[in-house]
Ligand binder design. Sequence first.
Ligand code: THU
Length: 126
Amino acid sequence: MSITLINQANQALNNAYVPYSSFRVGAAVKMKSGNIYTGCNIENASFSLTCCAERTAIFKAVSEGETEFIEIAIIANTDGPVSPCGACRQVMAEFFTEKTTIYLTNIHGKLHTTTIEGILPFHFKL
Ligand code: THU
């Protein structure tokens, strides 16, 4: 379990731009290179343009030329471990392999460790 990555996701949660939902989410991805990219959710007055924390972090990595994801940590103030939305699961399926570890956690210390097959089995791929 990567305490460091979870802590970085928790830090990113503080940057969430959430004037509409007040629901903060933080994410952090660790790459094969060792680099870490963080993300938060970024809302918009045109609600559907909102970008989730997971996608912010993943897109930051890919836009820096990195696509080899080792781990992701996602955190929110939920009762149990936060459950990523379907759109983010599909984006994870684009880049993650069975070896990519997914840490779903919350600010109370609950943790569920899984993989892309665990959260989006039989996913769409071209
Ligand atoms: N949100 C995320 O950041 N990640 C998810 O997987 C679920 C939803 C955000 C989007 C929006 O800003 C807020 O949570 C409420 O839906």
